[in-house]
Design a protein around this ligand. Structure first.
Ligand code: G3P
Length: 213
């Protein structure tokens, strides 16, 4: 699985979210590998027609009702999500909120991807039983150094610490080689942001990353 996180990059918000998704879809149509896109909440509904799975970047585990400013799960589901990132390094949550969100996703049949900054966190979050754990060392996020090159031992530890929960990894991933190495170390997929969003040739970049899966 390749998850492409749009974050709040200029090249991937508003109308641009549709432009970049079209390019990603073009590459997706040439591969049988699973590609998931994760746009800003405001852009979720724009991406309904692209035949790609869409995950929220963040979800609040609140019921329908008086919760101003929340990303309510059912509302996101109506906007087309099939899953959500939880506790991304740029949107950290308390353990009890993470656990509650994972539970709610399970009830709704949505895929939960809990992000972890260390093998220790992988172990702790695996007890919440999410569908995936995504190991991302924060210092490498957005950098030109791929986690699979800089921290292969930590990836192996993270995979082990996650137990039965399939592990993904991300941070600095930009090439087929980075993806191949991550898979070799035991991961089931990768998360990428800047490598795709800032690429001069998004179609080619996505194609290459998929080749490594
Ligand atoms: O969620 C993926 C992200 O944090 C990795 O970012 O820019 O290092 O690919 P980047």
């Amino acid at each position: 699985m390749l998850i492409i996180n749009y974050k709040a990059y200029e090249k991937a918000i508003g109308n641009n979210s549709e432009n970049i998704t079209e390019k990603i879809r073009n590459s997706a149509s040439e591969t049988d590998k699973k590609i998931v896109v994760s746009p800003q909440t405001a852009d979720l509904a724009r991406l309904n027609g692209f035949e790609l799975e869409v995950f929220a970047q963040h979800t609040d585990p609140v019921e329908k009702g008086s919760h101003t400013g929340s990303n309510q799960l059912k509302a996101l589901e109506d906007a087309g999500i099939t899953g959500t990132l939880i506790n991304h390094s740029e949107k950290r949550l308390e353990d009890k909120v993470i656990e509650k969100t994972v539970k709610k996703c399970g009830k709704e049949g949505l895929t939960s991807v809990v992000c972890a900054q260390s093998p220790e966190e992988c172990r702790k979050y695996s007890e919440f039983n999410p569908d995936y754990i995504a190991f991302e060392p924060p210092e490498l996020i957005g950098s030109d150094t791929a986690v699979s090159t800089a921290e292969p031992d930590l990836i192996e530890e993270a995979v082990k610490a996650s137990g039965d929960i399939p592990t993904l990894t991300g941070a600095g991933i930009k090439s087929k080689k980075d993806v191949e190495k991550s898979i070799e170390l035991g991961c089931k997929g990768v998360l990428v942001a800047s490598g795709v969003i800032k690429s001069e040739n998004v179609e080619k970049e996505v194609r290459e990353l998929c080749e490594g899966l």
